[in-house]
Design a protein around this ligand. Structure first.
Ligand code: NAP
Length: 467
């Protein structure tokens, strides 16, 4: 199978790569493992300094990396630049904070000294999606390389040039050869890589079905896994919300990256007392979106990343309308060769419809009506997913209470849209996966949390031991 880089805005094939054979994969794993053995011995401040250099490489190549992402998966150029900047931020964050977060922590016990240390595990396999082709990789790589792990990347098959460019970022920054490598392989080869003894853990960002397949394999092999999977984030709009501000946030979150974000707003659960004005303002605002060439500076919505994914989104819209949803805007495949899909608004969405039950990965807003606040919370939690959620209300204390104690999701925002931040943990519950990236937890997930105990006095031979 060839791995193909195709421009979704034009349908043009930009480049094809032969898939690596088993011998090539073996050679990568061997050299990556060998690199790990010396990398782990490097003082952490040296590993951190190299990560800061990776940030500089990203900054100085922001334009070519941004254009590469636009060409391979169609995101608007301004969003691509912001993505490269965020990657640099993440690298700098872990360059600065990593050594402190990984410093041994003394714990007072009966010992002369006992402490908790954070030791690297080895080669970590990263199975990554195309939607944020740089960001998803850096949010795994920055903490893990600083922690002393090595990385092999199996990127999504439609972004091979991004995958190879990221390998180059670390090479250019001066990382030892082979500490971070890219495998150009299809998804059918992931299991075999995970089975390899040199691979010690896996992190997956992708759909729930990919997470289920890889997570069960990791379970069978008893290898640690972090699963960052799909979502259908609910945005609750309560009766007292500032409607214009809520609509602005909701539209921004629904359209970011062409609607192809795990934490995009996907279900708008609106108190029935404000449902009509919300629907009207949402449709009006979505209708003003500038869709077109993703390289153009003023484009807000590019094509979706692949034609088959565009067709999946359209099918979800059509089936939702057939089940009774009201189409307020869009809903028709745009003419032309690109994988474009117009901003679309569905109202009257209800459980049983794809727009309510499934993840819709495109610029489609699904509006559901709630009787009141309690009903809105119930609908929000009535989902297989639990990644992000937001609540809009004039009563900030109430919003905080709902976010804190009522919503079943890994990240809950009040009066703002959900986004990740290197300083805060990120991840989901339920079928959105498990484990956390970013923040303090993100650098502690794939390390050996080691207890070291130095006895106060020599223990007499034969003395009873306890576990
Ligand atoms: P995907 O189809 O699941 O692919 C993700 C990665 O998994 C790709 O590298 C893919 O390889 C591989 N893969 C797919 N099925 C596999 C299997 N059965 N065994 C082994 N590997 C497999 O997802 P996507 O379409 O690229 O990305 C969109 C999904 O990712 C959405 O559901 C989105 O919500 C989720 N996502 C989650 C987060 C988060 O942080 N929670 C962030 C971003 C995206 P191939 O490309 O070769 O098939």
């Amino acid at each position: 199978m060839a791995i193909e880089s195709r421009n979704p805005a034009t349908g043009e094939v930009l480049r094809e790569y032969p898939e690596m054979d088993a011998a090539a994969v073996d050679a990568v794993l061997e050299s990556c493992h060998a690199a790990f053995l010396s990398w782990r011995q490097r003082p952490i401040h040296e590993r951190a300094a190299l990560m800061a250099r990776a940030a500089d490489v990203l900054d100085s190549n922001r334009e070519p990396y941004s254009r590469l992402m636009v060409e391979e998966m169609g995101k608007p150029i301004r969003q691509a630049r912001a993505e490269v900047e965020k990657c640099a931020w993440c690298c700098r964050h872990y360059a600065e904070e990593g050594p402190g977060l990984l410093a041994p922590r003394d714990v007072a016990t009966d010992a002369a000294r006992s402490f908790v240390a954070y030791e690297p595990l080895g080669v970590v396999l990263a199975v990554m999606p195309w939607n944020f082709p740089f960001w998803q990789v850096f949010r795994f790589a920055a903490p893990n390389l600083v922690a002393g792990n090595a990385g092999v990347l199996k990127h999504a098959s439609n972004v091979p040039r991004c995958a190879l460019a990221i390998e180059q970022v670390f090479a250019e920054a001066g990382f030892p050869e082979d500490v971070f490598r890219t495998l150009l392989i299809g998804s059918g080869r992931v299991s075999a890589v995970l089975e390899d003894w040199r691979v010690r853990a896996v992190t997956v960002t992708g759909s729930t079905s990919a997470g289920r397949a890889i997570g069960s394999k990791a379970g069978e092999l008893l290898k640690k896994a972090v699963l960052e999977l799909g979502g259908s984030d609910p945005y609750l709009v309560l009766a007292d919300a500032d409607l214009d501000a809520a609509v602005a946030s909701c539209v921004a979150s629904r359209l970011v990256n062409g609607g192809q974000s795990c934490i995009a707003a996907k279900r708008f659960i609106v108190d029935r007392r404000v449902a009509r004005p919300f629907e009207e303002r949402m449709a009006a605002r979505m209708a003003r979106t500038r869709m077109g060439d993703p390289m153009a500076e003023d484009t807000e919505l590019g094509p979706l990343a692949r034609h088959d994914l565009r067709d999946d989104v359209h099918s979800q819209v059509v089936r939702s309308v057939e089940s009774g949803a009201r189409l307020l805007l869009g809903g028709a495949i745009a003419e032309g060769r690109g994988a474009f899909y117009p901003p679309t608004v569905l109202a009257g969405v209800a459980p049983g419809m794809p727009a309510a039950d499934e993840e819709v990965f495109g610029p489609v807003a699904a509006i559901l009506e709630a009787e009141d606040e309690e009903d809105a919370i119930r609908i929000a939690n009535d989902s297989l997913f639990g990644l992000g959620a937001a609540v809009f209300t004039a009563d900030v204390a109430k919003g905080e209470r709902i976010a804190h104690t009522r919503l079943e999701a890994g990240s809950c925002f009040v009066n703002d849209f959900v986004r990740s931040d290197p300083r805060l943990p990120f991840g989901g519950i339920k079928e959105s996966g498990y484990g956390r990236e970013l923040g303090e937890l993100g650098i502690h997930e794939l390390v050996n949390v080691k207890t070291v105990y130095v006895a106060a006095a020599t223990v007499a031979p034969g003395a009873p031991s306890t576990e």
